[in-house]
Design a protein around this ligand. Structure first.
Ligand code: HEM
Length: 413
């Protein structure tokens, strides 16, 4: 829908955000979003689902500047914050402050609590465990029914097992937290569903932290329990942090495994390149960066409220307005990635923004990278005949979730 807005700022026709994807190429960002690059603008107004008209930041360079700018707030209760869903908007005022919705010194305090748990070195030490779990899951897949569904067989259990190990969450509870992660990320959830899911996950994490305060282990929830004992944190603060890590820690990587597998199976030449180089860690690492760029699964992020007026590339952006840095638009910006629609596994793509940019850049990116490198170097080597067991047109893509993905991916071999 195009509309004309007459106001103090603009009389131009506004594109809708988000725009629909194309059925012909569901892996690519929406064609109408990509067309906006032809306007030559880096920032323009769009119309959001609730009728508000936030600024869309389009280009890679502009997004790096905006997302690093301290005049941008991640506080979802701040005036003008461009909410993704009605449910999030309805509950914005009640949101507990945590790592993903605070700014400045308060945000740095949250980040510091996780620094030692997510170092590159600690993540690298997990690699043998990730490889072992991947091999075990593939063994089980090969012994099980053929065809099978990839989310169930591999994509969800691998990152779920890893985040459980890291946090100290019992994997037996995976049906519970995977269900609630789906609701957390759903765009069409009701405010009631949102509140129920957040409450259930927080109560669950709070119980685990309390138990670990009496009987600590080497895991992130025990570390948070120790901080509570030391008076640095309250249980009410720690529970939402554990909730964010549990959801962000498995649902994102799981969607990336499924989407990446489907995309490679649709591109046999690229898949052959990857298979030929599956023993070359540098090639595999580059291929994973290119898949992250091409697919950009946080397709509705990143969102901020403006807290102080700023002049940006000839545009005045005022305090109290919303800004959406569309990460897929940056990752398909031809100025940053020539021929962005070409899947080129060995292109230098590590400057993509799939993990965001600036102070809120993804905490778990090293873990996600290692999981993806292990999966994509192992799956097609172990199952060279892997193929889609459904037509692309019959797959249901997660346009209605904050983490893009595919609900079910039947595969055969
Ligand atoms: C392919 C996998 C992943 C992708 C694409 C991804 C993407 C992102 C993006 C784009 C942001 C920034 C959002 C913003 O600026 O508003 C973010 C933040 C975050 N991610 Fe990830 N993520 C992934 C995996 C993970 C994992 C495995 C974990 C945890 C173990 C994790 C934990 C977090 C946390 C805690 C934040 C909030 C950081 C902050 O606000 O300071 N993510 N992620």
């Amino acid at each position: 829908m195009k509309e004309t807005v007459t106001g103090t700022e603009t009389t131009e026709e506004l594109p809708d955000f988000p725009a629909p994807r194309s059925g012909a190429c569901p892996f690519a960002p929406p064609p109408d979003l990509l067309k906006l690059h032809d306007s030559g603008k880096s920032v323009l107004r769009v119309r959001s689902w609730d009728g508000t008209t936030p600024w869309l930041v389009l280009t890679h360079a502009a997004q790096r500047a905006i997302l690093a700018d301290r005049r941008m707030s991640a506080n979802i209760g701040a005036p003008g914050y461009p909410h993704t869903t009605a449910a999030m908007k309805a509950h914005a005022g009640e949101m507990q402050p945590s790592i993903n919705n605070t700014d400045g010194a308060e945000h740095s305090r949250w980040r510091r609590m996780l620094t030692s748990s997510f170092t590159r070195h600690r993540m690298r030490r997990l690699q043998p465990a990730i490889q072992q779990i991947t091999d075990d899951l593939i063994d089980r897949m090969l012994d099980g029914p053929n065809p099978t569904e990839l989310n169930e067989a591999l994509s969800l259990p691998l990152p779920s097992l890893m985040i459980c190990e890291l946090l100290g969450v019992p994997y037996e509870d995976h049906a519970f937290f995977q269900k609630h992660a789906g609701v957390t990320n759903a765009v069409n959830k009701t405010p009631e569903e949102n509140a129920e899911t957040a409450g259930a996950l927080r109560a669950y994490i709070a119980r685990l932290i309390e138990a670990k305060m009496d009987d600590p282990a080497e895991d992130v929830l025990s570390d948070l329990g120790a901080r509570i004992k030391a008076g640095e944190l309250t249980l009410r603060e720690a529970a939402p942090l554990g909730h964010i890590l549990l959801v962000a820690g498995h649902d994102t990587s799981a969607n990336m495994i499924t989407l990446g597998t489907a995309l490679l199976l649709q591109n046999p030449d690229r898949l052959a390149d990857l298979r030929a180089h599956s023993g070359d860690p540098d090639y595999v690492a580059k291929a994973v960066e290119e898949l992250l760029r091409y697919l950009t699964l946080p397709h509705l992020l990143a969102r901020r409220a403006v807290v102080e007026d700023l002049e940006f590339e000839g545009v005045t952006i005022r305090a109290g307005e919303g800004v959406i840095a569309s990460l897929p638009a940056a990752n398909w910006d031809p100025a940053a990635f020539p021929d962005p629609g070409e899947l080129t596994l060995d292109r230098p793509a590590s400057h993509h923004l799939a993990f965001g940019w600036g102070p809120h850049q993804c905490v778990g990116q090293q873990l996600a990278r290692i999981e993806l490198q292990v999966v994509f170097s192992t799956l097609f080597r172990r199952i060279p005949t892997l193929r889609l067991a459904a037509d692309l047109a019959d797959l249901k893509f997660k346009e209605d979730s904050q983490a893009y993905g595919i609900y079910e991916l039947p595969v055969a071999w």
